[in-house]
Design a protein around this ligand. Structure first.
Ligand code: NDP
Ligand code: MG
Length: 395
């Protein structure tokens, strides 16, 4: 190490065994002098977590279930990694004094509490878990401000917007000459499929994304465009942008990851190959830049970048997300929870693909007025939405 090399950034990776977690470790491994792993967490994939621990030698490894914790202890016998168990341990490793950056990459509502713990501890929060902002955007953003945390978006669209906004942007788009945020969407595997055949979509077809390799839940969300709907809500909170300032444009090649339009007519975009290691490396090293292992973009080979308006009849989940954002309060948390239940049911073949949007619409219709004055209210709305969605799906 030369005298000018800064000490390594110390990292906790929540959801290390998932696609974002694995990509994060891939970037970390390319820069051992810059990044050091302090804690890794997983849920079911104990063998993979053990292998990651042997390679990166974190001080802590966390799982939820005590039985899995014992399995992991056996696999890690003789190493210096301590196994911790339970939700409180997730919050603990997200707020350790020696950690400066926390990658929040647990999937779903389960990611909220640990991400919030990282924000409250004033960490650099690398936020992949968009559900945190959809469920509790107001409270999470308050925690970031109050505790001086630094929020860096990992979701490729929001990372692109972050990179295309003026340096030091702190909300209030109009004050920065920003007219609109343009979120790009690939349109997923069903963009051109005949509408009358959508009723026959299988889980295998829905998780086969044309451009990205992702976890199952977000892959189904991409097929239904619920993912883009969640991202509209995410952008609203991250960038303090009213819904009418956030527009979705379909861009099937997934090269432009999103854009910011300014009042003078300029549109700034961020482009890269569709590989999550780009936004991950951007946020890990921010404000510096490091190699991410992503192939260089060869525009002449790509040839064409095309754009379309989204079709709300084909993608009712996108319409429902705008609707939930307009209603505000607990509606986005209800939408998110009902969606998690509906996607799980679809993946288990308990409901058809079109049943996802139908379940969300019916759940929102029943529950939109639930209180949202506190985090506890939102957790209660989440629980109520799950119960209602399950009931509707078995009716
Ligand atoms: P995966 O399903 O691949 O990984 C999820 C991770 O969370 C795994 O480590 C899993 O452990 C762990 N996990 C699952 N459930 C729980 C739980 N209840 N408590 C604690 N840990 C849990 O998801 P992705 O990596 O694809 O996505 C992670 C997050 O990032 C999501 O919020 C997603 O929306 C967001 N995101 C993902 C993108 C992508 O390209 N994949 C792009 C943009 C955002 P295990 O596997 O050991 O069971
Ligand atoms: Mg995204």
């Amino acid at each position: 190490m030369t005298p000018h090399t800064p000490p390594p950034r110390k990292l906790t990776i929540l959801g290390a065994t998932g696609t974002i977690g694995i990509n994060t470790l891939d970037v970390v491994a390319r820069h051992p002098e810059r990044f050091q792993v302090v804690a890794l967490t997983g849920q079911n994939q104990i063998d993979k977590l053990a292998e990651q621990c042997r390679r990166f030698q974190p001080r802590y490894a966390v799982v939820l279930d005590p039985g899995k914790g014992r399995e992991l202890e056996i696999l890690l016998a003789g190493t210096s990694t301590r196994v911790l168990v339970g939700v409180a341990a997730l919050e603990q490793v997200a707020s350790l004094p020696e950690v400066d950056s926390v990658m929040a990459a647990i999937v779903g509502a389960a990611g909220l509490r640990p991400a919030l713990a990282a924000a409250r501890a004033g960490k650099r929060v690398l936020l992949a878990n968009k559900e945190t902002l959809v469920m509790a955007g107001r409270f999470f953003m308050e925690a970031v401000r109050e505790h001086g945390a630094t929020l860096l978006p990992i979701d490729s669209e929001h990372n692109a917007v972050f990179q295309s906004l003026p340096a030091g942007y702190r909300g209030n788009p109009a004050g920065h000459g920003v007219r609109r945020i343009l979120l790009t969407a690939s349109g997923g595997p069903f963009r051109t499929r005949a509408l009358e055949t959508l009723k026959d979509v299988t889980p295998e077809e829905a998780v086969a994304h044309p451009n990205w390799v992702m976890g199952k839940k977000i892959s189904v969300d991409s097929a239904s465009m619920m993912n883009k709907g969640l991202e509209v809500i995410e952008a609203h909170w991250l960038f303090d942008a009213a819904p009418e300032r956030i527009e979705v444009v379909i861009h099937p090649q997934s090269i432009i990851h999103s854009m910011v339009e300014y009042l003078d007519g300029s549109v700034l975009a961020q482009l890269s190959n569709p590989d999550m290691r780009t936004p991950i490396a951007h946020s890990l090293a921010y404000p510096e830049r490091v190699e991410a292992g992503v192939p260089w973009l060869e525009l002449a080979k790509i040839g064409q970048l095309t754009f379309e308006a989204p079709d709300f009849a084909r993608f009712p989940c996108l319409r429902l997300a705008y609707q939930a954002l307009a209603v505000g309060g607990a509606a986005p948390a209800i939408l998110n929870a009902a969606n998690e239940e509906a996607v799980a049911a679809f993946l288990e073949r308990r409901i058809p693909y079109l049943g996802i949007a139908a379940t969300l619409e019916a759940t929102l219709g029943r529950l939109s007025g639930l209180p949202a004055g506190s985090l506890e209210d939102l957790m209660a709305a989440d629980g109520e939405a799950r119960r209602t969605a399950r009931e509707l799906m078995t009716a």
